[in-house]
Design a protein around this ligand. Structure first.
Ligand code: SAM
Ligand code: SF4
Length: 331
């Protein structure tokens, strides 16, 4: 095999998502139940050295160019700045980002920027305190807003905001959220809800579709495709009221982009997953702890990628939700 993370459909993974913990301090209803989940035992979670070893192999040996730390909530990993610094020292230096709920980011943003973090994606579904508490089951909207401001001040830009719309809860708030993001200089991306909740409550009929999201935004703004749509595919990135502000509408379910996928995931307990919806994992933690060489890890990782399926198949009758929820896989 070559020196890339190639699959049998010709796709090459260059974007590595690393979950640093499955724990979280919010309880977003589309992600986990109110009581939380059975967290991984500490010994099962990769140590900092193990995380950095796998990222190094990805970057130095397998063509990974972007590393995004996620979770659960990556800011709950106290050693995040040290992990970021170690990854920033790799050659070629990968682009480094986190996906975070931003609780505690106010305190950490500058430290993370100094350590070499390039960007943040913050998850925020509403700017109304009551709706925030309904969705996340915690009254912490002000912390997220402070965290976003700190990220911008620390130069972790462009600051992106990821939102999910839930029918009957915040599906009427897309224009308000976009207006707020434009005013603050954040780039909003609204993403279709996916069947990745621990409770298995997702239903296609309940999902707010990209088409509905666009219609809602277009009731308040003039949207034009920001980039030439490819073939018959509708645009995902739109300029708002003539620009320069943009908004993304990501139809991960209704119009999957699996054919262009360049992602690979590493769970907090060291399993390679070639897709969010994969049903198999490859255990690099056990391999590392049994003392295998870097060459051996390269080969295992490549083998795990090769079997990546062509698409997530959410619309197939045979679709089975992965046994692990998003928070355990790393969103
Ligand atoms: N805790 C961090 C956060 O919320 O940004 C990182 C992990 S979270 C699992 C990553 C992303 O997944 C978040 O943007 C969240 O909104 C999204 N997410 C979680 N469950 C989802 C679902 N069922 N469908 C779509 N997105 C989901
Ligand atoms: Fe936590 Fe992120 Fe899941 Fe919300 S989406 S419960 S912030 S892991």
């Amino acid at each position: 095999m070559g020196t890339e993370l190639l699959d049998s459909h010709g796709r090459v993974a260059r974007d590595l998502r690393v979950s640093l913990t499955d724990r979280c301090n919010l309880r977003c209803s589309y992600c986990m139940p109110a009581e939380g989940l059975d967290w991984l035992p500490t010994d099962d979670v990769l140590t900092d050295e193990e995380v950095v070893r796998l990222v190094r192999i990805g970057v130095e040996r397998l063509g990974v160019r972007e590393v995004r730390f996620t979770g659960g909530e990556p800011l709950l990993r106290r050693s995040l700045p040290e992990i970021v610094a170690a990854c920033a020292a790799l050659q070629p230096r990968p682009e480094l980002s986190i996906t975070t709920n931003a609780l505690g980011l106010k305190r950490n943003a500058q430290t993370l920027a100094d350590a070499g973090l390039d960007r943040v994606n913050v998850s925020l579904d509403t700017v109304r305190a009551d709706t925030f508490a309904t969705i996340t089951r915690r009254e912490r909207l002000h912390d997220v807003i402070d965290g976003l401001a700190a990220a911008k001040a620390a130069g972790l830009t462009p600051v992106k905001v990821n939102a999910v719309l839930l029918r009957g809860i915040n599906d009427d708030q897309a224009p308000e959220l976009l207006r707020w993001c434009l005013d603050q200089g954040y780039e909003l991306r609204i993403i279709e809800q996916m069947p990745l909740d621990a409770q298995h409550d997702w239903s296609r009929a309940q999902m707010v579709t990209a088409e509905e999201i666009l219609a809602s935004l277009q009731s308040a703004f003039v949207l034009e495709p920001a980039v030439e749509p490819r073939g018959s595919a509708p645009a995902e990135l739109w300029t708002v009221d003539g620009g320069p502000g943009t908004v993304g509408v990501i139809a991960s379910v209704s119009r999957p982009f699996c054919g262009d996928c360049d992602r690979v995931r590493l769970t907090a307990d060291g399993q390679v997953r070639n897709c969010l919806f994969a049903r198999e994992e490859s255990d690099l933690r056990a391999a590392m702890r049994s003392g295998v060489s870097d060459d051996d890890l390269v080969e295992r990782w490549q083998r795990a990628m090769w079997t990546k399926r062509p698409g997530h198949g959410i619309d197939d009758l045979t679709f089975l939700q992965p046994s692990r929820p998003m928070s355990a896989i790393g969103g």
